[in-house]
Write a protein that binds this ligand. Structure first.
Ligand code: NDP
Length: 296
């Protein structure tokens, strides 16, 4: 199966299926890693206010949008991975950031957005997400209303949620006017989120997989290693290709130029239906991160 490297969100905005995740990337490294990922071909970046690296991410992107001299001063080199990317247009790059749990509520979310967009040095954000529902706070609908305002004002091209479970989505769908474009949730071969994915399809919400490699834990799964041998690929490439064939948006994080490049090199091979069925059988309901009920 070949498919476009992009998909249309429910409002028509085009989004690359494969982007680069920046959780736990130190602020001082973010610009260089963004530049390295741009060189490898990535054009989509996933950060969050909580990651503390929006300024570095913005520098990496700003360097590629600006001229070569700006880029070099912003991020240094690309770590020997190839020619740095320059002279992109803003619209060539897609940036996601997220409102953190301590800024739920209408006014607080508007303030958090102003901080994030200023940190990133951009004049609009492509996708703005509620990081966690924090149901105990009871404020995710108000938070989302602020995001609807930002959307109507043209400050964000799409809005969505993260770590929302079916009950949270149901409440939001009753009270919101804009259907979330994306729900970003933990998803990998050991936590396949099958029923949530089906619900997303019914509602017109794109599924985005965070920790798509299970934070690296799933790479050693013998079935994944066996498929890697079969296809002469790496375990990371097998898992990322599985995500793409399922229709997931995906945002692997990696720290070296080699891994960043390897994770992007997944568009020229195909898993067959037996391979896909084999990975479907690896479900363990195993979380590497927090359960949404436990985050407030
Ligand atoms: P991933 O599943 O992307 O795994 C990252 C780990 O895998 C790192 O330890 C990395 O090592 C390793 N790795 C990456 N590529 C390879 C490779 N080719 N070979 C071997 N090891 C590899 O986990 P993340 O938790 O980082 O998730 C990805 C992104 O999802 C985050 O960066 C963030 O953007 C998003 N996220 C969102 C959350 C949310 O609540 N919305 C929660 C968590 C993540 P190394 O870095 O040493 O190269």
């Amino acid at each position: 199966m070949r498919f476009p490297a992009r998909m249309a969100l429910n409002n028509g905005v085009q989004m690359d299926r494969l982007g680069f995740g920046l959780y736990k990337v130190p602020p001082a490294d973010a610009g260089l890693l963004v530049a390295t990922a741009l060189t490898a071909g990535y054009r989509r970046f996933d950060t969050a206010a909580m990651y503390g690296n929006e300024v570095g991410v913005g520098r990496g992107i700003g360097g590629a949008i600006g001229d070569a001299a700006q880029a070099d001063s912003a991020v240094g080199t690309t770590g020997g991975s190839g020619e740095a990317v320059h002279n992109l247009m803003r619209e060539d790059v897609f940036v996601t950031t997220k409102v953190w749990n301590d800024h739920h509520g209408y006014d607080a979310t508007l303030r958090a957005f102003d901080t994030s967009i200023s940190n990133l040095g951009l004049d609009y954000i492509d996708l703005y997400l509620i990081h966690w529902p924090c149901a105990g706070k009871g404020l995710f609908v108000e938070t989302y209303k602020a995001m609807e305002t930002l959307y109507r004002e043209g400050k964000v091209r799409a809005i969505g949620v993260s770590n929302f479970q079916p009950g949270h989505l149901e409440e939001l769908m009753h009270k919101a006017e804009v259907v979330p474009a994306v729900n970003q949730v933990e998803l990998h071969p050991w936590l396949q989120q099958t029923s949530l994915r089906t619900l997303h399809e019914q509602l017109g919400i794109a599924t985005e997989a965070w920790s798509p490699l299970g934070r690296g834990q799933v790479l050693a799964d013998p079935a994944i290693v066996s498929l890697a041998h079969k296809h002469a690929r790496t375990p990371a490439q097998i898992i990322l290709r599985w995500h793409l064939q399922l229709g997931n948006l995906v945002i692997p994080k990696a720290s070296s130029a080699e891994r960043i490049k390897e994770n992007f090199d997944v568009f020229d091979f195909e898993l067959d239906s037996g391979d896909m069925d084999g990975i479907a059988g690896l479900e363990r309901h195993h979380r590497t991160g927090s359960h949404p009920d436990n985050v407030n």
